[in-house]
Design a protein around this ligand. Structure first.
Ligand code: ACO
Length: 377
């Protein structure tokens, strides 16, 4: 009797592994909801801090809850001297995602509550990471530009404070709002690769810092969060808008993946893209600079060419990559900004995993050699 071959789900494509109440993609209405609210509405009407509260607590905060949330987040922003010294010792060539991964791992080694995996303790750790990650990213951004770090400013909101710590100034509110919209759109996306990584680590009853450190490693890859950086490298490589079609034909002929396009879940376009593209277009219009116009034209030409040649639509990383460039961030900062946002989704999933935990341990269909004796006598 021959055993039936198991069905293989390479990349876990189409596999439903658990329930979640945090977010969902509704294909029929082309929308993504966080705790039931369409992300487009959240991006239009909420601050990033409100969205973080929603993801963690299930509801938007009232005025009092928001004040308390903001006060706690602002108080937790500074890095202690030891952390700052450890990060300053990393090679300047270290990619900022590696700096961030090291920072989170180090925070874990310093946290006295590390062994207490309770939901309350994890909420405190999550808020601390949300507050401190921008301080790490900004300090590293300045270090790579030969500048001393700037202390966080507790009078500023999350997005404004990040600009202040990176550049020593807060730009026009319209620019800050575009940045905040990107944070809201990046915050959560169900069982994506990095979130699933965090859930796998959590399922072994390991600690929150280990889960987040692993998630940062997963997000870094260019098929996931690293794509926002890869988009900008690709636009720089093409350079001339006139060459977009020809470049694309060559790239597709060599089976190259076009960064910022395609998605495992969205096959007819990423529901977050229109709102991020509008925000990016506003930045382009404000710049009134020929070089920005060239980049924007190239960006649009490549998008049109990819849709018409392959029917593959851009994902969020495509407009976000250009937007971060227009805001003045250097390319290696793009994916760390994604982390500053997605820390909310990751930690919401870590809590949810612990609430009804089951060890995540799939099977593999063996296709190696049959059992055999060792060679020799
Ligand atoms: N460029 C060229 N071809 C593509 C692309 C792309 N970006 N995306 C999909 N395809 C093609 C594949 O080559 C494949 O064609 P084939 O059937 O002829 O072999 C087909 O579309 C299906 O693609 P898969 O890679 O099997 O689809 P999957 O769901 O596994 O991949 C992924 C999704 C990894 C995101 C893919 O689209 C990709 O590599 N995109 C580029 C990287 C990127 O932008 N990642 C960001 C994801 S979103 C985020 O993290 C915020």
């Amino acid at each position: 009797m021959t055993a039936t071959a198991p069905e293989i789900h390479r990349g876990l494509s189409g596999v439903v592994v658990d329930t979640t109440a945090i977010s969902t993609v509704i294909q029929e209405t082309h929308s993504l909801t966080y705790r039931g609210y369409p992300v487009q509405d959240l991006a239009a009407r909420c601050t990033f801090e409100e969205v973080a509260h929603l993801l963690w607590h299930g509801e938007l905060p009232d005025a009092e809850q928001l004040r308390a949330f903001q006060a706690q987040e602002r108080a937790l922003r500074p890095l202690d001297r030891t952390t700052a010294e450890v990060l300053a010792r990393l090679p300047e060539t270290c990619h900022p995602m590696d700096v961030l991964r090291t920072a989170v791992s180090f925070f874990g080694s310093e946290d006295p509550t590390e062994d207490d995996g309770s939901i309350a303790a994890n909420r405190t750790k999550s808020l601390s990471l949300l507050a401190k990650l921008p301080t790490v990213v900004a300090a590293d951004h300045r270090r790579r530009h030969g500048l001393a770090p700037l202390q966080p400013d507790a009078s500023l909101g999350y997005a404004e404070n990040f600009f202040h710590m990176c550049f020593g100034a807060v730009p026009d509110p319209a620019v800050v709002r575009c940045f905040e919209i990107s944070l809201i759109l990046y915050a959560e996306h169900s069982f994506n690769a990095s979130t699933f990584t965090a859930r796998v680590v959590t399922s072994t009853l390991s600690d929150l810092y280990s889960a987040v450190t692993a998630a940062i490693g997963a997000l870094k890859g260019p098929l996931h969060g690293g794509a926002n950086e890869a988009v900008m490298h690709m636009l720089n490589e093409i350079g001339d808008p006139e060459k977009a079609g020809e470049w694309l034909d060559d790239a597709l002929a060599t089976k190259r993946k076009i960064m910022g396009f395609g998605h495992r879940v969205y096959k007819n376009g990423d529901s977050r893209v229109p709102i991020m593209q509008e925000a990016t277009d506003r930045l382009v219009a404000r710049a009134a600079d020929p070089d920005v116009t060239r980049l924007a034209t190239l960006h649009a030409s490549l998008r049109h060419a990819m849709i018409s040649r392959k029917g593959i639509h851009p994902n969020l990383d495509y407009p976000a990559g250009l937007a971060y460039h227009l805001m003045g961030f250097d390319i290696p900062t793009f994916t760390p900004i994604f982390v500053m946002s997605r820390i909310t989704g990751w930690t919401a999933h870590i809590t949810e995993q612990l609430e009804h935990n089951a060890l995540i341990r799939p099977l593999g269909a063996y296709n190696g050699p049959e059992q055999r004796p060792l060679p020799g006598p």
